[in-house]
Every structure is written in C-alpha cells, then in structure tokens.
Design a binder for this molecule. Sequence first.
Ligand code: PMP
Length: 451
Amino acid sequence: MKDGNFLKEKNARSLWHPMAHPADSLANPPTIVTGASGVTITDVDGHTVVDGVGGLWNVNLGFSCQPIKDAITAQLDQLPYYSIFRGTSNDAVIELAEELRTFFEPDGLTRAFYTSGGSDSVETALRLARQYHKVRGEPARTKYLSLKKGYHGTHFGGASVNGNANFRTAYEPLLAGCFHIPAPYTYRNPFNETDPAKLAQLCLAALEDEIAFQGAGTIAAFIMEPILGAGGVIPPHESFMPGVREICSKNGILLIADEVITAFGRTGSWTGSRHWGVQPDLMCTAKAITNGYFPFGAMMISEEVAQVFESDETGRAAIGHGYTYSGHPVGAAAALACLAETQRLNVPENAAARGKELYEGLLALQAKHEAVGDVRGGHGLMCAMELVSDRATKKPIDKASTAIVQETAYQAGAMVRISGPNIILSPPLVLTSDDVQTILSALDAGLSALN
Ligand code: PMP
C-alpha cells in the first residue's frame, strides 16, 4: 500500500485542486482514492465506502463496467487519435453519431457536435445559438437568459450564464448580455412562495417580463438544467419547463437544455427534457456519456436548427468552432459501449426505484434531525438535503458543521458531496437497495455528530 501521508504532503506541495482554496489541501488533506469497484471506492488509508456522488454525477454504471474498458482498449489499438476537423472522420465517431441520433430522436435531436466535456458542450451551444440567428438573418439576437442557481460549467460563456456568485465574481467582467431570472426554488425564493405550482408561474412571468424588457429580438437563447444540479438539486414543478418551452417558441428564442447531469437516465427518464415532456432546440451532454471513463461530450442539435444551418447558401453557417478533442475516437468508442450498456441495463428503471427509496429515507432523516431544513429529490437519483442552523429562520449551517457531517458519513461508509449548505447525492444508477441503506445510515451518523 502507498504511504498516505507522504502522498498528501506531495499533493499539498505540487497540486492545485479545482473548486478549492489552494492553501486548503495542507490544512485539510484530500481523501486519496486508490481504487474503485462496483459502486464503491477505496482510499489510501484502507477505507472502502459506497460512492454517494457517482464520481462527479457521471459514473452511472459504476466502476467495473467491462464493456467500456474493452472498447477503450480496442480503440487505442485500432486508432488512438485522429482529428475530425473538416476533411477527416472515422468509424467510431460516425457510428456514435448514428446511435445518438436514434437515442435522442424522442427529444427531436438529430445531429451531434462532439466536445471534450460539459463546459465545452455549453460553450458550443451558446456559440451555435448566436450563429443560428445570424444564419437566419436575425443578427441582433445575441443575448442569453438563464436561471439564478443554474450551473453551466466554467468557460467564460458558461460562467456568464451561471447563476451562482461563487463561480462568477473572481472572474468578472464576464460576457456582456447575460441576464438571470429567479429559479423555481421552493425553499428560498424572492416571492416567498411555498407552493411549487404557483412559484413556477411566478418564475415564468419573470421570464416573460425579462424578455419584454430586453426585447425578444435581442435574445438568442435561454439555457436551463431540467433539474438544477450543482446549485443544490432543485427540481422545478412539472409545469415549469413546458412553460419555458412555450415562451421561448413564442418569442423565437432557442431553448438550450443543459443535460450534462440529467441525460442518460439520472432522473429516472432517459433525458431530463423527456422527463418534463419537452423538446429543446439544443442539448448539452457529457459526463455519463462515457460513464466518466473518458472526457467526452456531445452537443445535440434539433432537426429544425440543423436544417437552418444545412440549407444556408450564404456561407454564414460555416462552423468556426471546435476542439482538438472534438470527436476523440477513444471517447467515441467509450460512449458507444456505454450507450449500449446503459440501454441493456435499462438504468432509468433502477434510478427511479432506488431514487424513491433514497428520497423517502432522506425525508425520514429530516423528521429525525433538526438540522435538515429541506429535502429535495423524487426524480431519480438526484437528491439533496439543505442543512440549517435554525429551521425557523432557515439560517444556512456553517462550513465546519457540513464538514463534520461529511467526514462522519465517510467514516460510517458513504462518500457524500458538500455544496454550500447542501449535502448532494448522485450515486451510480446501478446501486442496490442495500447500498441506498448504507448511504442513509452513514448520513444518519453524520447528522447525529452535530448534536
Ligand atoms: N453543465 C452542468 C449542468 C454541469 O453540472 C456541469 C458539471 N458539473 C457542467 C455543465 C460542466 O461540465 P464539465 O465540468 O464537464 O466541464
């Protein structure tokens, strides 16, 4: 076994972590993960725990998915890399595009543009949305609307439509022309509305109001997550996304569904948009497309948008956008195998059933522990508990207390994720009822440690 303390020392000396203070890894050394199998991870100190985070919302099929590993190895032997910029293609990217076309047909999405991750997929969607309007002859449509609390990755475009100050302030000024409307977040909202259906209507009215204020003819796209993820798992009322769709269509605004988390089964449906019965114009995917085994993404395009680009005779539709790793053949092979395995296992079914158990278990923990202010879930395997120091005032709990919950839960058998006052759960979609119980009893221990 590796010397854990030595590794932690070297980590603090030489490595900066995303989403962390650079000085923090000395005071709070990270858990050094040495291996993973099924739905568990093992650390350098010898603990093996259920991964309640699923990697980073991406390891939907667990850590032992042999068909994906085999596909990666075989592709490395056949063609380890070639670009698909104008003039070249390869069989892995072509076969995957055909599979994605079939998979996303119910969402009305028929073309794929490959990326190397979620932020790239968002950037691609934002850029192509502007270009779409220019090709159509409405070049003034350049602005973007999005939800407060939304998370859309860390490129400048995505950060500009992000609705959380933590990911914005240090990097301002961001892209001009981005405006945010309130999220349908029942626990806390500017309207003090606690009824989800009424809140959805208020947020939709705020969207219409912002469109009228900006002028519909200046707006390129509205981007939203079907269920807000990193912002604290905020599922909207079922009327919200269909309402957004209607407003966007009425105003000539493209609807971008950011499904970097929700595509491929996490909500208990194959996509988050389908979960709400909505067809977006563009859809961002990444993460679970390769089960997290290879950095890869696909931005999916509707038939209508595709037709506008493909029928252009002015030259304006030439795409001046793409990444060296757009369509990496190894990623494409991983995604092909992952898609086949995801469908063979019919993962949304288990996500829905286990998600219900997890959500109900969290509600039971809320009844038991005063610190649990809000529990959100009920749509597959995306759940959150929002912790407060006082239920009456909803004062968010302090950082030290969430760290105690996390650390105690870890010692009791489950890795959970902290995001502000939220404990976020997004385990692999293939976990069992026993694994769900392990996560719940670990959280019970974590919350008990606050008393
Ligand atoms: N959009 C959403 C909804 C996400 O949750 C994330 C990542 N958590 C991203 C975009 C960015 O993806 P990546 O970290 O792969 O760039």
